[in-house]
Design a protein around this ligand. Sequence first.
Ligand SMILES: *Cc1c(COP(=O)(O)O)cnc(C)c1O
Length: 438
Amino acid sequence: MDVVAQIIERLAPDVPAQVAVRAAREEIEVVRGAVRQGQQVVAPDAIAEAGAVRARLVLADAPSPVINATGVIIHTNLGRAPLSERALDAVQAAAGGYSDLEFDLATGQRGSRSNHIADVVREVTGAEAALVLNNNAAAVFLALEAHARGREVLVARGESIEIGGGFRIPDILQASGVRLRDVGTTNRTRVGDYARAVTDDTAAIMRVHPSNFAQVGFTESPDARELASLARECGLLLINDLGSGALLDTTVYGLAQEPLIGEALEAGADLVTFSGDKLLGGPQAGVIVGSSQVIEPIARRPLARALRPDKMTIAGLRATLGHYLRGEAVDEVPVWQMIAAGGDDLRARAERVTNGRNGLRVVDSSAAVGGGSLPGQVLPSVAIEVTNSKSGADDVARRLRDSARPVIGRIHRRRLRLDMRTVLPRDERALREVLQAL
Ligand SMILES: *Cc1c(COP(=O)(O)O)cnc(C)c1O
């Protein structure tokens, strides 16, 4: 029997033959390559089995849900912020039917997509105007493109950063047609450094939140208000890319202060940009807030259309912001629920999951906010440690990743740890079942 027939035999009857044929071809190609490299010839049976796995993957829904037990709350590789129940409902309602996305119910005429979201952003941040785009990279790019293309922008050397995934400040500036002018030194930059770098060609000063690293020791960065006065005096725009950007005070939870969006505006930034799916706890989006005078030219750029958010994003973001407006964000937004969770509560949840089973132990651990906020800051946490695995932590980690509901933990001193702070309460039962099967 040929490989295609064998693959089809292994698959559910509703798998189209062309998927099996492609999977067979690809698998055979892989095996050929391996044999050419001197590896052993694989039995047709094994090729068919691997081909069937390949075909099933093609037809599976993706991305597939996993349980985040890493202890990193905003984990970019795991999809960043989980949405609140209400935000999920809003996304589903927007996606599964028609809506007044660009329709004005009062007049029966065409309406504006951006009004659905700009008004709540303004309400929550206190800004005069707001624009929501696909993500914060788009927000930074378009703000620069609209206000500084063909001109120079001053960025402190210590803020000319890479946040991962190809987002490097110098590259974004270049892509938006802006010339980067470095100021100060890696560890210390003063207002005077910016003042000396200003020329007729300077359009803006840009501050960038360092996101995923912290500087300690002999460091200095300029006072936000002084820098704002300098920008005003010189007729420059002051752009502040907050990255995460907080609407609530993180110091309440024993953490350092993550810059607040409202404070950045108050300190005199003309434009503040931040992500929707970091500390805000909503869907992927990039938000620009500032005065109408600076926001409108950005909204009018031709690329604003290419970078605009879709209806699901608008619905999810609006619902998330609604939690802040109602003063219930800490109780309803999962990112904040996780930040605020108390040690006793986490311990009780860990005990419920382990249920006294052999080979599992509840231990103290430490979690992190992640998502480029509060680098180096830890939240005391509670984890389940897998203690008696003969096969080693890597093997346990792989088996947990292989389960029907993959669980992602982290290895600490050669043992696998599952941090409870990032396990959503609705996933506790699934986690218990995965551990039972271990
Ligand atoms: C995360 C981050 C970005 C990129 O935001 P996305 O929403 O992922 O596009 C830009 N700037 C800073 C400082 C960040 O931390």
